[in-house]
Design a binder for this molecule. Structure first.
Ligand SMILES: [Zn+2]
Length: 412
């Protein structure tokens, strides 16, 4: 079977999708449930219907476009990604997987393929944490990793509840209906730009993802004693920031100590009170991010860090409280799906590398309810979440072609 991908069409559709934005081009800003997001969804639905797919949306706003198979009740082969975009980002993150997936389906229809299993395109809602502070909202709920009760407690930065904003965007109905039934998908594949530099640097067109790292976030509140930066002598100080600095360095040491490059730790938020150069810091809030492909290793770092917080508190006479904000399990991709991807690369004569996804994606949650894998394509200089994000038409076409062949194999 020869699969022809219309690369120019995907590029022009990516261009059109980028116009539904709340910032001037080339920057894209498309926050979930905003007018820009709604217009983008309406346009996407039109494209799916024009491709002959039947479209439905769930109570949260996840969008499904189905190509029915000859065996109507069989579990579907799913593919897709997200179309929301963080402020001032680019046009390829997520969208490449949605529009590349749509073109993969169109290409299979053009070449006369008849699927046995249904093939379904899925545009997840709210992959980015911008509005509700929690990433992958759509896939979390589809997988049942976030319950309807938990979701009801979510509020955006303007303190509006999830129900208020989704209802305003015309998504009504109970959130308890969002979770997918068991065996709904027989497999799931997400096409995505790499968002890192490896494929481009090594000149490899396809990355077959074997593991998706699981993130954990820790909030640490440190209380010491403030005072005049000149008057209080060093031995008498209980400087909250110095405790925070020790914690940040302990995180680095712990992440390095596992001996695996897959363990990464970041201290990206430091809030110092009162935040004046002539005042001893009395309070500090830290937020730490720890990721790994292996749950036990990630949690060992997390727990050791919590112990070190207690030790540092005792040593420096500080009060330190730590709270795990979230901890998602890493995922291994399914060998059946990765094998299908590898076979598709071989059939297309495309080189591939097996690699780890260090960013997390909706596939992390889909892997809990279906055999799941991801494929990456190169992006320029590894840049993502910026207006200059770019993927070459040829690379997008390669990704869509491998995806189409994999969908066909899994739906046969
Ligand atoms: Zn993405």
């Amino acid at each position: 079977m020869r699969i022809d991908i219309d690369a120019a069409r995907i590029v022009s559709e990516l261009e059109t999708l980028a116009t539904f934005s709340d910032t001037e081009p080339p920057a894209v800003t498309r926050i979930v449930y905003t007018h820009a997001d709604q217009r983008a969804r309406a346009w996407l639905k039109e494209q799916c219907i024009a491709a002959g797919l039947s479209v439905r949306e769930d109570a949260l706003g996840n969008l499904f476009a189905r190509w029915q198979g000859s065996e109507v009740s069989a579990g579907a082969v799913g593919t897709g990604s997200h179309i929301d975009a963080i402020p001032h980002s680019g046009r390829y993150d997520g969208t490449t997987g949605v529009l590349g997936g749509l073109e993969a389906i169109r290409a299979l229809r053009r070449c006369g393929f008849t699927p046995r299993r249904p093939i379904e395109l899925l545009a997840f809602i709210s992959e980015e944490p911008t509005r509700f502070g929690l990433g992958c909202l759509g896939s979390r709920m589809l997988a049942g990793s976030l319950t309807a009760e938990e979701a009801a407690d979510l509020r955006d930065r303007d303190d509006q509840s999830l129900d208020t904003v989704r209802n305003a965007a015309h998504f009504s109905g109970s959130l308890s209906t969002v979770k997918l039934p068991a065996q709904y998908y027989s497999s799931f594949i997400e096409l995505h730009i790499e968002q890192g530099p490896i494929l481009e640097k090594e000149n490899v067109p396809i990355g077959v993802v074997t593991h998706i790292a699981g993130p954990a976030a820790l909030r640490v509140l440190i209380e010491g004693e403030g005072g005049h930066a000149g008057a209080v002598l060093m031995p008498q100080r209980r400087d909250a920031f110095l405790g925070a600095a020790e914690i940040a360095l302990a995180l680095e040491a712990d992440a390095l100590s596992t001996g695996s490059e897959d363990t990464v730790g970041t201290c990206g938020l430091v809030d110092v009170f009162p935040g004046l150069s002539n005042s001893i810091p009395s309070r500090v809030r830290l937020e730490l991010d720890i990721r790994d492909t292996l749950l036990s290793r990630r949690d060992a770092v997390l727990h050791h860090l919590e112990k070190q917080c207690r030790d540092i508190a005792a040593k420096r006479k500080l009060r330190i409280r730590s709270t795990v904000l979230h901890a998602d399990d890493p995922a291994g991709c399914d060998p059946t799906v990765t094998t299908a991807l590898v076979r598709a690369c071989d059939a297309e004569g495309l080189a591939y590398w097996r690699m780890v996804s260090r960013a997390y994606h909706d596939s992390l949650f889909m892997s809990r309810i279906a055999p799941t894998a991801m494929l990456f394509i190169p992006c320029k200089n590894g840049v993502s979440h910026r207006p200059d994000e770019f993927a070459a038409p040829e690379d997008i076409a390669n990704g869509a072609r491998v995806l189409a062949r994999t969908l066909a194999a899994l739906a046969s």
